[in-house]
Design a protein around this ligand. Structure first.
Ligand SMILES: N[C@@H](CCC(=O)N[C@@H](CS)C(=O)NCC(=O)O)C(=O)O
Length: 248
């Protein structure tokens, strides 16, 4: 895929959605890293969902992952999105040089993980294994509370982080980190899932919006976002657009 470099990364993630895998893809793409999105290869080339299942079933050795995204680097297997990003950050030039800065970025990434979990639960409040259609009343109730309470609370927190970081335009320090890339992705997902609520909330969070625009304009990311490698948002991922849940 993109770029060159000595280390060859293998990403294993569901091939038809952005989901949590997208946070890893964005870091690899922005850095121009050499990686293969393995499950998007045809089965005949060792790809497909089967490639993920082989890792989850423990057929390939390494530390057993519970769920994708999974990153394979040599013989090492990593899972948990924030953990993968913590590993990749310094290697891809997307993390601060010192321990304090790295811990700060990890802390923000874990808060993003909480946030996207709640965004997901707004359409699947009872169980991921059930169809949305089987939990619609609960989803309506959960989404109302998500939009009224949780969305503004999380966004206000991230906006404050940007304001307190001296106006440099990054969440931590004076250079872009993987948390900034993830913050772009969260906003893109929210704008897709909740266009009405997002139109209101984005007006209240100008620093976040500016960060989103700045990240989207980074040359490698702009090329990625315009490419076929960027899977369009759809009704199977973390962020889903059900107009009836986007009530103000
Ligand atoms: N905390 C994990 C969550 C991983 C996760 O929920 N992965 C989803 C796809 S985005 C999955 O396939 N889960 C299967 C399961 O939970 O059984 C992370 O951040 O990576």
């Amino acid at each position: 895929m993109a770029g060159s470099g000595e280390t060859r990364y293998e990403l294993y993630y569901w091939p038809s959605i952005q989901g949590r895998g997208e946070f890893i893809r964005l870091a690899l793409e922005d850095a121009g890293a050499s990686y293969v999105d393995v499950a998007r290869l045809p089965d005949s080339q060792g790809g497909g969902v089967k490639a993920i299942m082989r890792l989850i079933d423990g057929k390939q050795g390494g530390l057993l992952p519970f769920a994708p995204p999974i990153l394979k680097v040599g013989e090492q297997l990593l899972s948990q999105t924030a953990n993968i990003l913590q590993f990749l950050g310094p290697r891809l030039g997307l993390a601060p040089a010192n321990d304090e800065g790295r811990a700060a970025v990890n802390q923000i990434q874990l808060t993003i993980a909480d946030f996207i979990g709640e965004a997901h639960d707004s359409h699947h409040p009872i169980a991921s294994s059930l169809y949305y259609e089987d939990q619609k009343p609960e989803a309506a109730r959960r989404a109302r509370i998500f939009l009224a309470e949780r969305l503004p609370k999380f966004l206000a927190y991230f906006e404050k982080l940007l304001a307190r970081n001296g106006g440099g335009g990054y969440l931590v320090g004076d250079a872009l980190t993987y948390a900034d890339l993830s913050m772009f992705q969260v906003q893109a997902g929210l704008a897709y899932a909740f266009p009405v609520a997002w139109a209101r909330e984005s007006l209240r969070h100008p620093l976040l919006v500016a960060l989103r625009e700045r990240v989207a304009a980074r040359p490698r990311l702009a090329a990625y976002l315009a490419s076929e490698r960027r899977i369009p948002f759809n009704q199977h991922g973390l962020f889903r657009h059900y107009p009836e849940l986007d009530a103000v």
